[in-house]
Design a protein. Structure first.
Length: 566
């Protein structure tokens, strides 16, 4: 008897599919993996000041950098070579930032060392789901409570020596520890009755004391009164720190050379301001003309409608003139939100991206703040701001970045994102978009502001200007309202932005203008193709973008060399 074999219908005539030969991980896939790996590490090791967090990240960056350096760079195509350089640059910069973080954490020791290690240990044991003894945990919390009480006594007496910026960061670290400890208790509460019985009271006591400690640090050392404006606290990174950041942004200029560029661009702006001022009948007193323009604002409640009108105007302008591809969905789906009074202290103008956040006075502001917000967000300032934040600026940039080479969003840089939006302001100016002297003054205010940002931010980080001098500089040289100048300086130095962020606006725009001259004005490609190409390459230092567009030679040890100005 012959055994009959029944074949599955789907297997009949099925071709044999060979598994692809594994030539190793592609650079693009490596970047995607590194991005996710870092997110995993930061989610699990979530306490920023923990030595474990720093050590794990440092080890990871070193290992990835070692693997990257062993890859066959010369066998890659141009896009892969750029991705290699972007990832190498990112890993090296991340290591430098960790070293800076370690130094800053050490400076916070006088305020954190007495109690923070014990909280960190509790939270990291919980993350590993290590066995925990309720009575032992309660004693540890009691010891933490006593340590905080002792620290508070010394703090109130002024016995703790620490600089203001380190104290400012320490207050934020205390709040992160408070949040982590609350999560620690909530993990066990109700599920481990004995531990809950032991730790409920001492845990609550420590949570309250941590809140009090953060407030006391801000009040006694930083000088923050809860009923007053936040102080402007910043820490210069120094000349060598600036040079390291400039190398990471692939900029071959010294800080002094960049300040000179800012001053030269300011002179051009001032000359154009005087021209517009004469047309308005103010002679060369452009500050009087600026004051006139500031008072051309809409009535309360009308600002969202103005934003909608200005956004539609800009979208129609780039579409009609065939300047860049605007997907219909991008033009349709941007959203509008209003900025709270507290948010306007840090961002006194508009913010953009997937949505636009509109600054305008609220009923709760005092009279003078209302007037300053009205004047600072007048019609002609807003005409330039809206397209910078939406289309063809940040909204279009981020819309395209999420769809074309999205893995490159790991390499975000102000020279591409902010420089690209300011580049559009320059392009609109060159094409005659401003229709009146008032329009021109509105656009020139922002251009002057970006020149000033180069000057004051670099001088601050070299120790040549204080925050107050930066505020005075914006008021006297650009014509800012004092409240908006304070907001701009506060945002620049509060630690949320990189030291070169403010300089990146003007310098990135100047890089893109120079690149445009090389490949558009020379007739190599068209204007729309150039603009679409920028967006579809996604974020990177502009010198790397130039290397892609011009197919320039690259090496694994690439150093910045493009002198884009002058």
């Amino acid at each position: 008897m012959v055994k009959r074999i029944v074949q599955h219908p789907l297997s009949i005539c099925r071709p044999v599919v060979q598994q692809p030969i594994d030539h190793g991980e592609s650079i693009q896939h490596r970047i995607v993996r590194v991005t996710e790996d870092i997110e995993c590490l930061k989610r699990f090791y979530s306490i920023d000041i923990s030595p474990t967090t720093v050590a794990k990240l440092k080890k990871y960056y070193h290992e990835e950098l070692g693997e990257l350096e062993a890859l066959p760079f010369q066998s890659y195509n141009q896009e892969d070579k750029i991705d290699f350089l972007l990832l190498s640059n990112f890993l090296r910069r991340s290591l430098r930032r960790l070293e800076l973080d370690e130094t800053r954490i050490k400076k916070m020791d006088p305020l954190l060392r007495p109690f923070a290690p014990s909280i960190i240990q509790l939270c990291e044991d919980r993350q590993k789901v290590a066995p925990v003894d309720g009575q032992v945990a309660a004693q540890r919390l009691e010891d933490i409570s006593k340590a905080i009480t002792s620290l508070m006594t010394r703090l109130e007496k002024g016995d703790i020596e620490i600089d203001k910026f380190s104290a400012f960061r320490a207050a934020s670290a205390v709040e992160q520890l408070q949040h982590s400890l609350a999560e620690w208790f909530s993990f066990y509460e109700g599920y481990e009755p004995l531990l809950t019985w032991w730790t409920s009271q001492p845990h609550s006591q420590v949570i309250v004391k941590l809140e009090d400690l953060a407030a006391a640090i801000r009040r006694n050392i930083v000088g923050l009164d809860p009923d007053e404006e936040d102080p402007i606290v910043g820490q210069p990174i120094g000349y060598e720190g600036l040079l390291a950041d400039l190398e990471a942004e692939v900029i071959p200029y010294t800080p002094e050379e960049l300040i000179t560029i800012g001053e030269k661009e300011y002179i051009w702006c001032e000359r154009e301001m005087k021209n517009a001022s004469r047309e308005l009948g103010f002679g060369e007193d452009w500050r009087r003309a600026l004051e006139y323009v500031k008072n051309l604002y809409v009535s309360p409640g009308q600002q969202p409608q103005l934003v909608r009108k200005l956004a539609d105007e800009a979208i129609e302008y780039v579409t009609k003139n065939d300047l860049v591809t605007v997907p219909p969905l991008a033009a349709e789906t941007w959203r509008t939100f209003m900025m709270s009074p507290s948010a306007q202290k840090v961002a006194p103008f508009f913010l953009g991206g997937e949505s636009i956040r509109v600054s305008f006075p609220t009923s709760s502001m005092d009279h003078n703040d209302k007037l300053m917000s009205l004047r600072s967000n007048n019609v002609h300032f807003s005409r330039a701001t809206v397209f910078h934040e939406l289309i063809p600026g940040h909204h279009l940039q981020l819309y395209m970045a999420s769809r074309y080479r999205p893995y490159r969003q790991l390499f975000t840089t102000p020279f591409w994102i902010e420089g690209g939006a300011l580049y559009w302001e320059m392009t609109f100016w060159d094409r005659g978009f401003p229709q009146s002297p008032e329009n021109r003054i509105g656009m020139l205010f922002w251009r002057m502001h970006r020149c000033a940002r180069i000057i004051f931010s670099l001088k601050f980080h070299m120790g040549q200007m204080t925050p107050q001098e930066c505020i005075d500089f914006l008021v006297s040289r650009v014509g800012h309202e004092r409240a908006t100048a304070e907001g701009e300086v506060r945002r620049s130095f509060n630690g949320d932005y990189s030291p070169l962020y403010q300089a990146g606006y003007m310098l990135g725009a100047l890089q893109l203008r120079s690149l445009r001259r090389e490949i558009v004005d020379s007739g190599i490609i068209g204007e729309k193709e150039f603009h679409d190409w920028i967006l579809r390459e996604n974020q990177m230092p502009i010198e790397f973008l130039r290397a892609i567009m011009q197919d320039l030679p690259l090496t694994p040890e690439y150093k910045p060399s493009w002198k884009f100005y002058g």
